[in-house]
Design a binder for this molecule. Structure first.
Ligand SMILES: NC(=O)c1ccc[n+]([C@@H]2O[C@H](COP(=O)([O-])OP(=O)(O)OC[C@H]3O[C@@H](n4cnc5c(N)ncnc54)[C@H](OP(=O)(O)O)[C@@H]3O)[C@@H](O)[C@H]2O)c1
Length: 390
């Protein structure tokens, strides 16, 4: 416990991201009287800067740390190594120093392809791994060593493909959804029968909260954290297609070698464009092209045998698909990234429609008191103290 307050103080790094966003949201809602959450962004405390980390933790003295930060998935070796690995281990050193729990969010990228892959079937650390997988694997291995040698109190939680509603970038599962909605996937870039595991972002905070309350059981442990039922990619794409009522991708399956050839040509084209001053980027997910054609399903037996009780064991990505689709389609529509779904998915508020079509009339109504889109702040206490010198 911190001395200044009776609340347990946790630092969540990566709180603006898909996973970290769910964590911050959960802890702020579930238990504001017991737990205080701090979530510095990377400008305030960058994992690339040990001075930042020192200053921040020395000031706030946390009772636990959750690391859900990563640099962009296709980052160069320097960024991936510095932020994903050195940053993760520096936080572990803080946790050791303060003798507090450290929750490290890891990834199924450290595991091989195949069926029912268990916690101990890690990939071998090899130069050919992606920078992302390499940095995550090295982090897991160093944390394990720090646990065994120095008594680090850590839990590594390996996530599969995460689905949820806090993704402000378009990546991972949401990139797939975007490509289908944008009709940018004319053919199936996968094969029938290929299955993957998925992780519900809403369940991750519940598990972390439970693991924090039960350190004796969860300390020094690594868990595969995914829904119990793997999902066939073809079936998932078909379901999204049906939901959006669109025709693409057509029922043609592009073999992996042709997909790779296509990706190679695209790379060349982008390089040529760069030479004439047009900057364009390959979608980062193309680095996972092989994975679209290979099953990877996680064995979740260890999780099921733990004391954590899954509150929604029957839920899968299909149960959340309608709300996720509606959320992202209207979000992307309002950002003009896609079009054509507005009527079905996004009911435009009257004043927003006026803002578009008749802004003068809208302003007249607001100034005339006929309409107020503003909040009331009457319940706030007035500020008594004098203005401070700047
Ligand atoms: N999304 C998935 O499908 C998936 C799958 C498996 C595992 N995971 C794991 O889940 C964790 C979270 O992933 P995510 O998808 O939520 O990532 P994300 O949405 O890309 O968010 C990344 C977060 O990292 C922060 N960050 C980046 N550089 C930083 C730096 N130098 N210092 C401090 N913070 C920095 C960002 O903060 P700023 O915005 O302030 O820069 C952002 O909040 C990662 O460990 C990832 O390996 C994710």
């Amino acid at each position: 416990m911190t001395q200044q307050s009776n609340k347990t103080r946790g630092i969540i790094i990566g709180g603006s991201g898909l996973v970290g966003g769910s964590l911050v949201h959960y802890f702020n809602k579930c238990c504001p009287d017991n737990i205080e959450i701090l979530s510095p962004n990377s400008k305030k405390m960058s994992l690339a800067n040990d001075g930042d980390i020192k200053r921040y933790v020395a000031h706030w003295k946390p009772d636990f740390i959750v690391n859900s930060a990563i640099t962009a998935i296709d980052s160069d070796p320097q960024l991936a190594y510095t932020i994903n690995y050195i940053g993760a281990v520096n936080l572990a050193k803080v946790a050791l120093k303060f003798n507090i729990p450290y929750i490290f969010i890891s990834s199924a990228a450290v595991l091989p392809s195949g069926k029912d892959i268990s916690e101990d079937q890690r990939l071998r650390l090899e130069p050919s791994l992606s920078n992302y997988a390499k940095s995550k694997l090295m982090s897991e291995l160093t944390l394990q060593r720090m646990h065994e040698q120095d008594g680090l109190d850590f839990t590594a939680i390996r996530l599969a493909i995460v689905y949820g509603k806090h993704d402000h970038k378009i990546q991972g599962f949401h990139r797939l959804l975007y490509s289908i909605a944008d009709q940018a996937m004319p053919l199936f870039l996968t094969a029938k029968g290929v299955r993957h595991s998925y992780t519900n972002a809403k369940k991750v905070p519940l598990f972390i909260h439970h693991a924090l309350k039960n350190r004796a059981e969860f300390s020094g442990q690594t868990y595969n954290f995914a829904d119990s039922q793997p999902i066939e990619l073809v079936h998932l794409i078909q379901t999204i297609k049906n939901y959006l009522n669109i025709k693409k991708p057509r029922n043609i399956f592009l073999p992996l070698r042709i997909a790779k050839l296509g990706a190679g040509c695209l790379k060349l084209l982008l390089k040529t464009l760069l030479q004439i001053g047009i900057e364009a980027k390959m979608p980062a997910e193309l680095m996972f092209l092989n994975q679209f054609y290979e099953s990877q399903t996680l064995d979740t037996t260890k999780l099921k045998h733990s004391s954590f009780v899954d509150p929604w064991p029957e839920k899968s990505i299909y149960s959340r698909l309608p709300e996720i689709i509606e959320y992202y389609i209207s979000r992307w529509e309002t950002r003009n990234l896609i079009s054509g779904f507005n009527d079905e998915f996004c009911v435009t508020r009257k004043d927003i429609q006026q803002f578009v079509d008749t802004p003068e009339e809208l302003l007249r109504q607001i100034h005339g008191g006929e309409y107020s889109p503003f909040s009331e702040f009457a319940e706030l206490e007035e500020k008594q103290d004098q203005p401070k010198n700047l």
